[in-house]
Ligand binder design. Structure first.
Ligand code: DGL
Length: 275
């Protein structure tokens, strides 16, 4: 295991693809002083239709890569990987392989953000819904909250393809199911859904609060770092803004255009092999 050098460690952001760039942009805006490394496993996207064993293997390889790049902490922006594989990484892999480092996911912070609601709709990939990870977490933290899950597997391919015109009709069809369920909040349980949260909100009854990871997670990461000095003390800290590196496992059609769009500016991305 590579040893971390004090004041040189970075924050890793992992996603199955490029949607996590939208979350990373929000985290880096809240915490600009740190150095970041992004990994999008574009070669193997989508994770949302894969089995537990495969998602665990992919996440493990992503974690190894980001730790080899001197990350002290990794934020798994991918809900599917968080739902299917994070607990096993935290409980079995980290204590053996990286006892001094941390990997955090989306399920806990997003569930905590729903504390005040009674009837929460959840939209996510098929694997996230099938894993039961969100209902399990709700049961632990907000046992009185009812959660109504809906797998929305068509959304990621539409967003990744850049074929925007299909978002509205497909979303409208999906939202029909939630419209009459009297939900007071909708949890967007997927990296990509945050990108078009406005489209969700116009299709839902007025007053439904949208819970989106680009809003929730940056504050949670900040709070976590303030409580975990063993991590924040070894992170690089540059007053005028840290450095950012971006990696993908495949350079797919459109990827540079989509990456720039979701990160909000032109970024330079390198291709890596992590298997
Ligand atoms: N990143 C995934 C998630 O947040 C969506 C894309 C995929 O299916 O891999 O669930």
């Amino acid at each position: 295991m590579k040893k971390l050098i004090n004041n040189k460690a970075k924050i890793g952001i992992f996603d199955s693809g490029l949607g996590g760039l939208f979350t990373m942009k929000a985290i880096a805006k809240e915490l600009p002083e740190y150095d970041y490394v992004y990994l999008g496993d574009t070669k193997r996207l989508p994770y949302g239709s894969r089995s537990h064993e495969v998602i665990y293997q992919f996440l493990k390889e992503g974690v190894d890569f980001l730790f080899s790049k001197d990350c002290a902490i990794i934020i798994v922006a991918c809900n599917t990987a968080s739902a299917e594989a994070l607990r096993q990484i935290q409980k079995e892999y980290l204590p053996k392989a990286y006892p001094d480092r941390k990997v955090l996911g989306m399920i806990v912070p997003m569930t905590e953000a729903c504390n005040e609601f009674k009837n929460v709709g959840l939209v996510a990939t098929g694997a996230t819904i099938a894993s039961g990870a969100y209902p399990r977490e709700f049961k632990k933290r907000n046992p009185k909250t009812k959660i109504i899950g809906l797998a929305t597997p068509l959304l990621v391919p539409i967003v990744e393809s850049g074929e925007k015109k299909w978002i509205k009709p497909v979303l409208a069809e999906y939202m029909k199911f939630l419209k009459n369920k009297k939900i007071d909040a909708l949890l967007l349980g997927c990296t990509h859904y945050a990108i078009f949260k406005k489209e969700f909100s116009v299709l839902l009854p007025k007053g439904v609060t949208i819970i989106s990871q680009d809003v929730v997670v940056p504050k949670k990461v900040k709070n976590y770092l303030s409580r975990h000095k063993e991590i924040s003390d070894i992170l690089s800290f540059t007053k005028h803004g840290g450095k950012m590196e971006f990696y993908v496992t495949d350079t797919t059609t459109n990827f540079q255009k989509m990456a720039n769009l979701w990160f909000g500016k032109k970024i330079s991305i390198k291709k890596v092999v992590i298997e």
